[in-house]
Design a protein around this ligand. Structure first.
Ligand code: NAD
Ligand code: GLY
Length: 368
């Protein structure tokens, strides 16, 4: 087993990463202060892993809340199902909520933990690669509003993150690739050497080699932990984690949420960020092409979906949460492995990138 710490003073916590950790009662139990725990999971993950988790909780008063599966259920109505179970079961302030699932379950359970009795203990047990490298770390929790994604939430750190890499064996291929988009993101924004490592180990990662996945999760979490340590509340640095997201969110919104997975949209968005960085003279053409090829090899889309035209995409980018007073704020690359926040990117360059991806690039995609 590997582990690392997210250093946040009295809110610091460990991340444990390894195979078969769910079956290890000692690890979980040392982070459960009281004698009751409520596991929140969904109809897909629950049948696969809740039994193993419940065995590790033997001796505690436990209950399991099984939510419907899907991003469309990350909302206030479903959040209330968790509160209903807690109130009906008379769970007290010393209860621990355990999120067993992907990012949707982690986000909604964390928000429930932040709110119930003004805050109860919380543990993340992420079961998608995306959740293991990103959403389970850093304390962003919340639900969607019908009008906007992730609009209602709180910063609320878990007491620990228990990442059992064995759970990835049941993850669909498409979800694995979506998680790899976030792994590639860390290399692109922070660590050139990690990017080269991903490039060299991509086949092993796609083949779910446990040692390669463990290393990728560990290095991704170490980067996220360092960024969160420096900027927990996203006053600056943490926004770098949104590399590819302004383009990606616009793609998700334009297509209708659920058509592309978030990681797929981020993959295409990182290709666009690489192209714009090239047009600004920061990346060489071969750097840009290396990014596109890596994302394609990770079995992620590298062009815009044909259903989305460039003008709509540009309008949706301006509606992004990260736009400040109407000014577009983008995360771009100064060089591979080093991202920066940029305001005032010349409009004609943004349009050239969009043109490249709507008119020129789809033909390249077919050739790859
Ligand atoms: P998800 O939670 O919807 O999981 C994807 C699918 O995989 C679901 O159908 C799920 O039931 C299934 N699944 C999960 N684990 C499985 C397993 N081991 N075997 C088989 N199937 C499994 O999606 P996600 O990609 O994990 O997370 C996306 C969510 O995370 C979004 O809501 C996004 O807003 C949020 N997010 C939050 C943060 C943050 O910092 N809090 C960061 C990134 C994303
Ligand atoms: N996923 C972005 C963040 O945690 O800040």
């Amino acid at each position: 087993m590997k582990s690392l710490n997210v250093e946040l003073g009295e809110r610091s916590y460990p991340i444990y990463i390894g195979a078969d950790l769910l079956a290890n009662p000692g690890l979980l139990r040392r982070h459960i202060p009281g004698n009751s725990a409520v596991v929140v999971t969904n109809t897909t993950v629950g049948p696969l892993y809740r039994h193993t988790l419940n065995t590790a909780l033997d001796g505690l008063r436990t209950e399991t809340v099984v939510l419907p599966d899907g991003e469309q259920y990350k909302n206030m109505t479903v959040l209330n199902q968790i509160f209903d179970a807690l109130v009906e079961g008379r769970f007290d302030r010393n209860t621990t909520l355990i999120a067993l699932g992907g990012g949707v379950i982690g986000d909604i359970t964390g928000f429930a933990a932040a709110c119930y009795q003004r805050g109860v203990h919380f543990i993340q047990v992420p079961t998608t690669l995306l959740a293991q490298v990103d959403s389970s770390v850093g304390g962003k929790t919340g639900v969607n509003h019908p009008g906007a994604k992730n609009m209602i939430g709180a910063f609320y750190q878990p007491r620990c993150v228990l990442t059992d890499t064995s759970t990835l064996s049941t993850l669909p291929d498409r979800e694995l690739s979506a998680g790899l988009a976030e792994v590639i993101k860390y290399g692109l924004l922070w660590d050139r050497e990690f990017l080269d490592w991903i490039d060299a180990h991509l086949d092993a990662l796609l083949n779910r080699d446990d040692a390669a996945l463990t290393e990728a999760i560990l290095r991704s979490c170490a980067i996220k932990a360092e960024i969160v340590r420096q900027d927990e509340r996203e006053s600056g640095l943490r926004a770098l984690l949104n590399l590819g997201h302004t383009f990606g969110h616009a793609i998700e919104a334009g297509l209708g949420y659920g058509q592309w997975l978030h990681g797929e949209a981020v993959g295409a968005g990182m290709c666009m960020a690489a192209d714009l960085s090239y047009r600004l003279g920061w990346l060489s053409q071969s750097d840009r092409d290396q990014v596109i090829e890596l994302i394609a090899r990770a079995r992620l889309p590298i062009g815009l979906p044909p259903a989305l035209d460039g003008q709509t995409l540009r309008q949706l980018m301006s509606a992004d949460k990260k736009a400040i007073n109407g000014t577009l704020r983008l995360v771009l690359m100064r060089e591979l492995g080093s991202a920066v926040l940029v305001d005032n990117v010349p409009e004609e360059l943004i349009n050239e990138t969009i043109h490249f991806y709507t008119e020129v690039h789809p033909r390249r995609e077919q050739q790859l």
